[in-house]
Design a protein around this ligand. Structure first.
Ligand code: NDP
Length: 246
């Protein structure tokens, strides 16, 4: 029997890529979904593509604590509980450190790290009261290794791993499951924020190699697996690379 059906699931960063694919997968499995991101028109398109699903959307910027709280409040108002929070929003404007893109560094820290903390801060009190719940965060292979041009991005994903492990240690006794999904290269809009021409060129060359990128649906399958296991089983991390990725 599915352990996804009828679960109340909030997805932050569901307007494209991994979040969108996960919303579609979980909707088909019978979850009750509230999805959020900044681009409302893209969220609306996701909802409209699922006419038979129990799904609603609201625009929110994960760097704004009160907007994240409003998404969680909406789920509580509609369903009275939250079973899963999927912290998936993220950006990746890669560049060598010597280029000194200070504003991009701050934005990455705000979205990739503070965005996750804002989600945890809003959902955790409810899950503790429920004595059940699952917090899933999209980490990365970049949370395990550091590569040139990705120092700050990797820093955010290393930070998220530490935060999620700390959350696990503190909250497992409250029956709260924690899960990190750590993909390698996935074919999404994520590289669109990269301005450095050399980095863009390298990524394009990699993307043209056969079998290099995963599909967002491959990651959605992993998220669904981590939710679907029995409540007594916590899948703490899933690391997924394309087979041909070094
Ligand atoms: P996309 O760019 O397709 O998706 C990113 C999502 O994050 C979008 O829905 C975007 O929505 C949302 N987002 C970004 N900034 C904010 C914000 N301030 N507030 C709310 N939502 C925001 O890329 P992916 O699907 O690839 O990325 C999803 C996650 O996967 C990220 O955390 C990324 O770091 C991680 N990841 C991706 C990999 C890849 O190769 N693609 C590999 C490893 C990890 P909007 O712009 O509408 O706000």
């Amino acid at each position: 029997m599915s352990n996804i059906k009828d679960k109340v699931i909030v997805i932050m960063g569901a307007s494209s890529g991994i979040g969108e694919a996960t919303a579609k997968k979980l909707a088909l499995e019978g979850a009750k979904l509230v999805i959020a991101a900044r681009r409302a028109h893209r969220l609306k398109a996701v909802v409209e593509s699922l006419p038979n699903a129990e799904i609603s959307y609201t625009a929110a910027d994960v760097t704004k604590k009160e907007e994240v709280q409003a998404v969680i409040d909406l789920a509580i108002k509609k369903y009275g509980r939250i079973d899963v929070l999927f912290n998936n929003a993220g950006i990746m404007p890669l560049a060598p450190m010597s280029e000194n893109h200070f504003d991009e560094w701050r934005q990455m820290l705000d979205i990739n790290v503070m965005g996750v903390l804002n989600g945890i801060a809003a959902a955790l009190p409810i899950m503790k009261k429920q004595q059940s719940g699952q917090i899933i965060t999209t980490d990365s292979v970049a949370g395990h290794i550091v590569i040139p041009t990705a120092a700050v991005y990797c820093g955010t994903k290393f930070a998220v791993r530490a935060i999620m492990e700390g959350l696990r240690q503190e909250e497992h006794e409250n029956n709260i499951r924690t899960t990190m999904i750590s993909p390698g290269t996935v074919d999404t809009e994520l590289p669109n924020t990269i301005k450095d021409p050399q980095v863009v060129q390298t990524l394009k060359e990699n993307a043209s190699k056969e079998g290099f990128g995963l599909r967002p649906e491959d990651i959605a399958d992993a998220v669904a697996y981590a939710i679907n296991t029995p409540e007594s089983v916590a899948i703490n991390e899933i690391l997924i690379r394309p087979t041909k990725q070094p």
